[in-house]
Design a protein around this ligand. Structure first.
Ligand code: F6R
Length: 608
């Protein structure tokens, strides 16, 4: 979602802010802006659309101040226009904001009643006006912010600069992440370590409810009750990750192609390959044997990784699994078992709904295990134990390598649970581990199918609706395929369990409707192929993702076939994710869509 960068520096800060914002582009945004102080006065530049529009404005109107705050906005309240773009300003201050101020209507009404005139449709302007209103009674920006913050409800990260105060920046966080970067005679604020990587590797994260007063040489951290607090400063490795596309056109393509390597690295972290055993790199604060149920919750692609893992936990560990999307789970008032385990999956570790679901589970006495990519994230910090997926930063908005790395970690956890619960014998566990060890190679082989997938994607470019079918773990993978296609190509897609076809969706089948059938060679294969025959009998336009011989065996002439390598099927969902991702990627590419930053979407969804 929105990105924040603040610099209290020694050189012209606005161009540096705009450059740093580019590292946050992946989060998704639709307008951008920067504010600085010129001769003590607030000066802003804002632009609709991509950062290059802001950079062009900055070229024609250079800003010379050495203090600046900048923002990429993902619109929630008010259209993505230049006027609604951040920073929002009054004659006393400028502010940038991530998140949502839930009580902005009441606050706005209250201030309008006092004669204050609002210039935008945003919730954020309320913050600017509220702090300015406090400044009318205290001339001190620190006191004004301290008085205004408790009046705000919602999720926010904020950064302020003040008229006539070239050595002062104030940050605040509640719900949305914010980090302070420490430089040599310089200070920074950023919504993640990646944004600050060009400036510093020394970072302090604000805790929820914290706010901080920064000068170039000092910092003063306060908690929600305005008590002075110390927060841990840490070194980050964000700078070590090159945020570039390598030889690829898009981050998404690069991330799809990285999968053999990153999944291999993740597995190496969780497996003792020589002994063919799972060797978790941490000690669990619970015993799998004691569990009566596992509760999994997440959003989007991370949820679908959990859905696939449900099959593995149930099959290998005989552990009943309850899974729900976090936005429903958090409000369902689900009863949770005593001393139960709740598992959360999140690439960013900042997804608001997943975090709220985690807090609900914690309040209800669950141990919290989280499978995350960003190990410094809020979800990571609030968990009892984290299982890192180690995929490296994922920049493309559509999740790819994080998905397969999540699956790799979840597979290891499921095997480990099976061994601990005595439901998997040593030999069977070793067989499963050996299957996992072969997975990176199978992902590579699947990537070799790319030219054929590109040709098949050409068919999808003409479709307005696409149906995905699968059984077993191929069903949640079908859901993932439909999600991927929708989000980057904007083609309507749906997924069904293949067995559900005749309970309704078969009515949709005609020669115009592409039907993507995901059929690894597992015990359900024959049944999936029978469902495919039902589609063929109604003239459906079939695209089969299955092993080499499958198309021929089906006896159906002329169907499109992504021929997958032969493999045992326990963890086939991992290599089978590759053609699913590539089909979406090439369809979007051939349609000329913005693959890495699809419209309306954000990478890290920090609002409900
Ligand atoms: C889809 C996608 C989203 C995310 C979802 C959860 O490609 O990326 O559906 O999976 O927003 O995000 P995280 O994993 O950061 O909690």
């Amino acid at each position: 979602m929105c990105g924040i960068v603040g610099i209290l520096g020694r050189e012209k800060a606005a161009p540096l802010v705009v450059e740093a914002l580019k590292r946050l582009e992946y989060r998704g945004y639709d307008s951008a802006g920067v504010a600085t102080l010129e001769d003590g006065h607030i000066t802003r530049l804002r632009a609709e659309g991509k950062l290059r529009n802001l950079a062009n404005k900055l070229d024609t109107h250079p800003l010379k101040g050495t203090i600046a705050i900048g923002h990429t906005r993902w619109a929630t309240h008010g259209k993505p226009t230049a006027n609604n773009a951040h920073p929002h300003a009054t004659d006393k201050l400028a502010v940038v904001h991530n998140g949502i101020i839930e009580n902005f209507r009441e606050l706005r009404k209250m201030m309008e009643g006092e004669g204050i005139v609002f210039k935008t449709e945003t919730d954020t302007e309320v913050v600017a006006q509220l702090v300015t209103r406090e400044l009318a009674t205290t001339n001190d920006p620190r006191t004004a912010v301290a008085r205004a913050l408790p009046q705000l409800r919602g999720a926010f990260a904020l950064a302020f600069i003040f008229e006539g105060e070239p050595d002062l920046m104030i940050g605040a966080r509640q719900g949305a992440p914010l980090a302070v970067g420490h430089g040599d005679g310089e200070m920074y604020l950023g919504s993640d370590a990646l944004a600050l990587a060009p400036f510093t590797d020394t970072i302090t994260y604000l805790d929820d409810g914290d706010w901080v007063v920064l000068t170039r040489t000092d910092h003063d951290f306060r908690d929600a009750k305005n008590n002075k607090v110390a927060r841990k400063t840490q070194k980050t490795s964000a700078g070590a990750f090159l945020v570039d596309k390598g030889n690829h056109r898009h981050f998404m393509a690069k991330e799809i192609h990285e999968q053999p390597e990153v999944v291999g690295r993740t597995l190496a972290h969780y497996l003792d390959m020589a002994k063919a055993e799972v060797a978790l790199p941490f000690t669990l604060p619970f015993d799998w044997k004691d569990l009566t149920r596992l509760t999994i919750s997440a959003c989007g692609t991370a949820y679908l990784a959990g859905y696939i893992a449900k099959y593995w936990f149930e099959r290998y560990a005989r552990l009943p699994v309850e899974i729900d999307v976090a936005s429903e789970f958090r409000y369902r008032e689900a009863p949770l078992p005593e001393k139960g385990l709740a598992l959360f999956i999140s690439q960013s570790g900042e997804t608001a709904d997943t975090l709220a679901a985690l807090r609900y589970a914690k309040e209800n006495g669950q141990k919290i295990l989280s499978v995350v990519n960003v190990t410094t994230s809020t979800i990571a910090r609030e968990s009892d134990i984290i299982a890192p997926i180690l995929s490296g930063p994922e920049i493309g908005v559509a999740s790819t390598k994080a998905f397969t790395c999540q699956l790799a970690v979840l597979a290891c956890l499921a095997i480990s649970a099976g061994v601990a619960r005595g439901t998997l014998g040593r030999d069977e566990a070793a067989r499963l581990v050996n299957e996992l060890i072969l997975t990176p190679g199978r992902i590579s082989e699947a990537l070799h199918r790319e030219p054929a997938i590109r040709d098949i994607a050409q068919r999808l470019t003409k479709a307005t609706d696409v149906l995905y079918l699968g059984r077993g773990t191929a069903y949640p993978l079908a859901l993932e395929g439909a999600l991927k296609l929708k989000e980057i190509s904007y083609i309507h897609a749906e997924a069904y369990a293949a067995g559900e076809l005749k309970h309704g969706p078969i009515a949709l089948i005609d020669e115009k409707m592409p039907v993507i059938v995901i059929a690894p060679h597992d015990p359900l294969y024959e049944k999936t192929i029978s469902n495919m025959q039902e589609v063929a009998a109604r003239g459906g336009n079939i695209i089969l993702i299955a092993e080499d011989e499958a198309a021929e065996q089906s006896g159906l002439a002329g169907i499109a076939h992504v021929a997958m390598p032969a493999m045992a099927t326990d963890f086939a969902a991992i290599p089978y994710a590759v053609p699913v991702q590539l089909l979406a990627y090439w369809t979007a590419f051939l349609l000329g869509k913005d693959v890495d930053q699809p419209r309306n979407l954000a990478k890290s969804v920090t609002v409900e």
